[in-house]
Design a protein around this ligand. Sequence first.
Ligand SMILES: Cc1cc2nc3c(=O)[nH]c(=O)nc-3n(C[C@H](O)[C@H](O)[C@H](O)COP(=O)(O)O)c2cc1C
Length: 205
Amino acid sequence: MEYAPSDLSQRERYKVLTSFVLPRPIAWVTSLGPNGVVNAAPFSFFNVFCEDPPLCMFAVNRRPGGQEKDTLANIRRTSEFVVNLADEPLTRAMHESSGDFPPEIGEPDHLGLKLAPSSKIAVPRLADTPWAMECKTWKTMEVNGDRVLIMGEGVNFYIRDELWDRDAMRVHMDRYHPMGRMFADRYCRTDDRVVFPAAEGVKTI
Ligand SMILES: Cc1cc2nc3c(=O)[nH]c(=O)nc-3n(C[C@H](O)[C@H](O)[C@H](O)COP(=O)(O)O)c2cc1C
């Protein structure tokens, strides 16, 4: 099967992309609303791309009626956000936080999720997240008027203590259970792991 993008509707292109490029990591983004409401929403058109400076990017599309999502409106106003990751115990709440809540309802408050202050920015992180990166907007790119790519520069990292071997600078993989997004409302666990010997001439980190 082959398609040119022009053969497909926008919805069909979305399906062709997201049915195969998976599992995708999920940025669970907290941002600050105009009246101090803390907003949280998941975004799986997301990844990190660079460590110097630490850059991440995620894509926010408009709602079907053309309305801007709260996350985007908040980041446009404050230029700050936190990328929190969800491990297995948090995944259900992460999924539920994608509901269509009005701006005055903060998803963490609504879902009973604890918050913790960030160190370098005003937006709090989720207290129980295994990992979070406090970000300032590095660049935004408008795509066809219905989507914005937001690039964030990480200005502070948080790692839950029990997950990190400080001396080796390594994650305790047996204690870290991230989930990936498959498609629609399907997710996957990442506990079935495979290790290969280092490729020729490559030093493992
Ligand atoms: C796992 C998951 C991944 C999602 N990824 C995206 C995404 O990459 N881009 C997007 O615009 N919406 C995505 N959504 C939908 C948003 O989370 C949803 O529209 C949310 O209500 C936005 O909230 P906000 O208005 O508080 O920003 C995703 C939803 C789920 C459950």
